[in-house]
Every structure is written in structure tokens, then in C-alpha cells.
Design a protein around this ligand. Structure first.
Ligand code: HEC
Ligand code: HEC
Ligand code: HEC
Ligand code: HEC
Length: 235
């Protein structure tokens, strides 16, 4: 485990506002877990598997609070603050090692006499297709011959490779934390890579690879997030 990853995926849980939404998503998750716990994206998002986890439920007693979320397997830290805008944020409870996509963590209330905001801090990041190749060489060579592996060149050929409207489906993680920003800044995240379909796998590379696994899912919503609309209306 490397506890020193940059902390950059954040999501604020506002207990009052998340209730009804959480109930709906949790219902869907219970359905999914009955089907052998294959990863299912929360919605058809352009770009494939989303980087950020979704908080699915929240409950509180006088002494502790329980968060449940759905996202990549890996290390999560619940953080608390009395001020959601200015912070400061302090860790609440220990680091959760989520070895499944659906996970819950119970943390003590920092101070039962005060109102607190909580958020979920995850420090995962996108590696690159090259970084997977060393261990998954047959998958890598398979992928390198697909149209996915040259998807950004397709845009470059028609001078659209800087058009933000095109990048979510022709690069890895554009618009998401640690994802593609430009060829100069993120040359390792060009084209449609492994992590569009498997999710950001930094945690997988630098941890116990059999415990922390990327998504390996045949849910059509992952392909359908990109193969959609005018590009592929009938996927
Ligand atoms: C240092 C070696 C190593 C690297 C680098 C690596 N993996 Fe893995 N990966 C493993 C091992 C080991 C397993 C577990 C195999 C098993 O137990 O069946 C695994 C499993 C997987 C699985 C299968 C998960 C499942 O539930 O079946 C996927 C998908 C995967 N890796 C994707 C990736 C991606 C994407 C990258 C690059 C971002 C990557 N891996 C980098 C070693 C590695
Ligand atoms: C991140 C977006 C994204 C995801 C997720 C994605 N694709 Fe694609 N796919 C593309 C893009 C972009 C191209 C076109 C690349 C090019 O031509 O340069 C493409 C091309 C293809 C092609 C080749 C089509 C042709 O005309 O040669 C196939 C087949 C394909 N994808 C299947 C899939 C399947 C199956 C999945 C899910 C398992 C999937 N894709 C997931 C973006 C995506
Ligand atoms: C919602 C995801 C998505 C977005 C956004 C997107 N593409 Fe694509 N693009 C795809 C997929 C998927 C394919 C592969 C379609 C196939 O071959 O079946 C593709 C293929 C292509 C191709 C090659 C095949 C063809 O249709 O000629 C070009 C060129 C292309 N896209 C250009 C663009 C441009 C330009 C933009 C921005 C204006 C853009 N794309 C935005 C998903 C997307
Ligand atoms: C277009 C989407 C897509 C891309 C891109 C992609 N994969 Fe996969 N991969 C899948 C799907 C879907 C499965 C699940 C297949 C199944 O369960 O039958 C899978 C399965 C796997 C598995 C585990 C199962 C096995 O057969 O061993 C590994 C490991 C893996 N992929 C690694 C990679 C690596 C490494 C890359 C990049 C070099 C990559 N994948 C690129 C969609 C993708």
C-alpha cells in the first residue's frame, strides 16, 4: 500500500440532501450484488467507468455515522468539517480498504454537540495502458490493434483533438480527476485505454493486485456511454 497518493477525488455528503437519492441508488445496488457482484456503472456516462465514487447512503446515530458508496476498490478516507466551504477537513475514523465496489464505513461523530459535514476522500488515479502492459501483456497487444488505441489520432486527423466536446470519449478520463487534459500534460492518457472500461487503476497497480481489482464488467452501459447518440444511436 502507498498511503501517499495525491488526494484529489472529493465529494461532499450533505446528509439532508442525499436521503431520497441514496435510497434509489441503494435499491439498484442490492439488485446488482445479487448478480455475482459485477461492477455496474451508476449511469451511462461518456468516457466509460467514472473515476469518482457515488455515495449511496448515509445514516447517523448519536455516537457515529455510516457511509456507503459505490466505486473503484481501494483506499477511502471519510473526512469531517464544521464548514463545508472553508474546511478544514479532518479524518474521521480510519482508512477504509474497500475490496468490493459497494462498501460501507462507520466513523465516530467528531463531536456529538456540533453539526458536521462529511465527505469521502479517495486518492486513486489513472495509470496508463503502458503501465498495465507489463503484467497483462496479451490484453495489451489485443487492445493495441483495436480502433480504441488510436482514437485521439482520429480526432487529430480532422483537427478536433483539442475540442473539449470530443475528448471524453476519445481519451482516458477527460474532465475527471487525474484524467486527460492535453497531449503535453498527460501524454499517457491519449486514446481510449484500458481504464475507460476498467476504471482508474492506480490503486490496483500499487497495492495487493488480487485484493484491489479494477472493474471487469460486461455491463453494456460502459460501452453505451460512448457508443451512443449520433455516433452509434442503436448500441
Ligand atoms: C504488477 C502487475 C500488474 C499491473 C501493473 C496491473 N495489473 Fe491488473 N492484475 C494483476 C494481478 C496479479 C491480477 C489478479 C489476477 C487474478 O487473481 O486472477 C490482476 C487483475 C486485473 C483485472 C481482473 C479483475 C477481475 O476481477 O477479474 C483487471 C481488469 C486488471 N487487472 C486491469 C488492469 C489494468 C487496467 C492495469 C493498468 C492500469 C493493470 N491491471 C495493471 C497484476 C497487475
Ligand atoms: C471512452 C469511450 C468508449 C468506450 C467506453 C468504449 N468505446 Fe468503443 N470506441 C470508442 C471510440 C472513440 C471509437 C472510435 C475510435 C476511432 O475510430 O478512432 C471506438 C471504436 C470501437 C470499435 C471499432 C468500430 C469500428 O468502426 O472499427 C468497436 C468494435 C468498439 N469500439 C467496441 C466497444 C465495446 C464492445 C465497448 C465496451 C466493452 C466499447 N467499445 C467501449 C469509444 C469508446
Ligand atoms: C459520447 C462519446 C463520443 C463523443 C462525445 C465523440 N465521439 Fe467520436 N466516436 C465515438 C465512438 C463510440 C466512435 C466509434 C463509432 C463506431 O465506429 O461505431 C467514434 C468515432 C469517431 C470517428 C471515426 C468514425 C466516424 O464516424 O467517422 C470520428 C472522426 C469521430 N468520432 C469524431 C468525433 C468528433 C469530431 C467529436 C467531437 C465533435 C466526437 N467524435 C465526439 C464516441 C464519441
Ligand atoms: C472497450 C473496453 C475495454 C478496453 C479498452 C479494455 N478492456 Fe479489458 N476487459 C473488458 C471487458 C468487457 C472484460 C470482461 C470480459 C469478460 O468478463 O468476459 C475485460 C477483461 C479484462 C481482464 C480480466 C479477464 C481476463 O480475460 O483475463 C483483464 C486483466 C483486462 N481486461 C485487462 C485489460 C487491459 C490491460 C487493457 C488495456 C491494455 C484492457 N483490458 C482494455 C473491456 C475492455
Amino acid at each position: 500500500m502507498k498511503p501517499t497518493y495525491p488526494s484529489n477525488l472529493r465529494r461532499i455528503a450533505r446528509p439532508a440532501a442525499t436521503g431520497p437519492v441514496a435510497a434509489v441508488i441503494l435499491g439498484a445496488l442490492l439488485g446488482a450484488s445479487a448478480q455475482a457482484q459485477m461492477y455496474r456503472p451508476p449511469s451511462n456516462l461518456p468516457g466509460g467507468v467514472p473515476a469518482a465514487a457515488t455515495i449511496t447512503s448515509y445514516s447517523q446515530t448519536s455516537s457515529n455515522a455510516t457511509f456507503c458508496w459505490y466505486g473503484m476498490q481501494g483506499l477511502y478516507q471519510v473526512e469531517a468539517s464544521t464548514n463545508a466551504v472553508l474546511g478544514p477537513w479532518a479524518p474521521a475514523g480510519g482508512v477504509a480498504v474497500a475490496s468490493d465496489f459497494a462498501w460501507c464505513q462507520t466513523v465516530p461523530n467528531p463531536d456529538p454537540t456540533n453539526a458536521y459535514f462529511f465527505r469521502l476522500n479517495q486518492s486513486n488515479y489513472y495509470g496508463s495502458a503502458n503501465s498495465c502492459g507489463g503484467c497483462h501483456s496479451s490484453k495489451y497487444s489485443e487492445w493495441s490493434f483495436t480502433a480504441h488505441a488510436t482514437a485521439l489520432n482520429t480526432l487529430a486527423n480532422i483537427h478536433q483533438d483539442s475540442n473539449p466536446a470530443c475528448l471524453p470519449c476519445h481519451t482516458v478520463g477527460y474532465g475527471q480527476p487525474t484524467g486527460y487534459t492535453s497531449r503535453a500534460a498527460t501524454p499517457h492518457l491519449t486514446d481510449v485505454g484500458c481504464e475507460n472500461c476498467h476504471g482508474p487503476a492506480g490503486w490496483h497497480i500499487y497495492s495487493d493486485k488480487t485484493l484491489i481489482r479494477p472493474a471487469a464488467s460486461i455491463d453494456p452501459a460502459i460501452c453505451g456511454g460512448c457508443h451512443t447518440g449520433s455516433h452509434h444511436p442503436t448500441y
